[in-house]
Design a protein around this ligand. Structure first.
Ligand SMILES: [Zn+2]
Ligand SMILES: [Zn+2]
Length: 315
């Protein structure tokens, strides 16, 4: 198969990677689209020390596996948990200590023609959801995770810091439940996207907003400090950025102002697919371009430029 490979120093396109073999409890999925995410760029900066085929946002068709899945169009939850440990048995499979994570930790990902995924992780895509919409299921699910974790602040004034792909999905999901959402953005391109989604844009250099809930979706180590400036006492601060670098920020304000700090990673696919099927979350405005897989190295370089929308790889 053909794939993009990260060897710890370089990303390169390779023609002759051995095909994944079907193992019990898994399916082989032919990738239709794979999305490039800021986490992929962080992996290329050293995050998780990953080596192999990156890519964790994908839609594909099951090529080999159980009969009921063969030929079905699917999306895949990215945490491959053991299913047997105390975390898994308590329903915390996304935090299974021996998990692999597709394209991030110990399992090859979707920047390839084929990817092997545990069948338990697959969700069949409703027919009315197109391929280029379905590929957003994973980041939309991550936005629903933030929604689940911040219900104490629902319908208040919410600030999303960062108008990138994930920021705009978070803003839509939180607006959907009734939050009064502003999105802090750096560029005119970003502002344009925010306003196209009928959300309020605020500039980076605005005065402290005193928001009930602030979400850091900058994907950069600076996001936490910016978010801290804008949260009100007793407010919530949700961190959605996974960064390879360390944060350098004083946390005394968290203590003095009793701010609730919430870390947030992967989320539930069911509400994400339902929202995409119902057309409640617009993903087309986030789409920048579709790039053939063999030009993926170039696409990875492009994806990090400020103001870029989602780049999709097509094997
Ligand atoms: Zn991602
Ligand atoms: Zn487990």
């Amino acid at each position: 198969l053909r794939a993009l490979i990260w060897d710890g120093a370089h990303a390169r396109f390779v023609h002759d990677v051995p095909d994944p073999t079907l193992m019990p409890g898994t399916a082989i999925v032919r990738v239709l689209y794979a999305g490039i995410c800021t986490t992929d760029l962080q992996i290329l900066a050293g995050y998780m020390g990953f080596r192999g085929i990156p890519g964790h946002e994908m839609v594909g068709v099951v090529e080999d596996g159980p009969d009921h899945l063969r030929g079905r169009r699917v999306v895949a939850e990215i945490n491959f948990s053991c299913g047997r440990c105390p975390s898994c048995l308590a329903g915390r499979g996304r935090h299974c200590p021996s998990r692999a994570v597709m394209g991030i930790l110990g399992a090859d990902g979707a920047f390839a023609d084929l990817v092997r995924v545990p069948t338990a992780n697959l969700h069949v895509v409703p027919d009315t959801v197109s391929d280029s919409v379905a590929v957003f299921t994973e980041p939309v699910a991550a936005a629903y995770r933030a929604e689940e974790q911040t219900r104490a602040f629902a319908r208040g004034r919410t600030l999303v810091v960062g108008a990138g792909k994930l920021g705009l999905l978070l803003a839509q999901v939180l607006a959907q439940r009734g939050d009064e959402v502003s999105v802090m953005c750096r560029s005119d391109t970003a502002r344009g996207r925010v306003e196209m989604l009928a959300l309020r844009a605020v500039p980076m250099e605005c005065a402290p907003l005193g928001a009930d809930l602030v979400v850091d979706a900058t994907g950069s180590p600076e996001g936490l400090a910016i978010a801290l400036e804008h949260v009100r006492p007793l407010g919530g601060l949700l961190l959605k950025s996974t960064v390879a670098a360390d944060h350098h920020v004083g946390l005394a304000r968290l203590v003095v102002d009793e701010v609730t700090l919430i870390g947030s990673r992967c989320g539930p696919f069911e509400p994400a697919l339902a929202a995409l099927e119902a057309g409640q979350i617009a993903v087309e405005p986030l789409l920048e371009a579709v790039v053939p897989l063999d030009r993926g190295v170039d696409a990875l370089a492009q994806a990090g430029l400020p103001g870029k929308g989602k780049l999709l790889l097509r094997p």
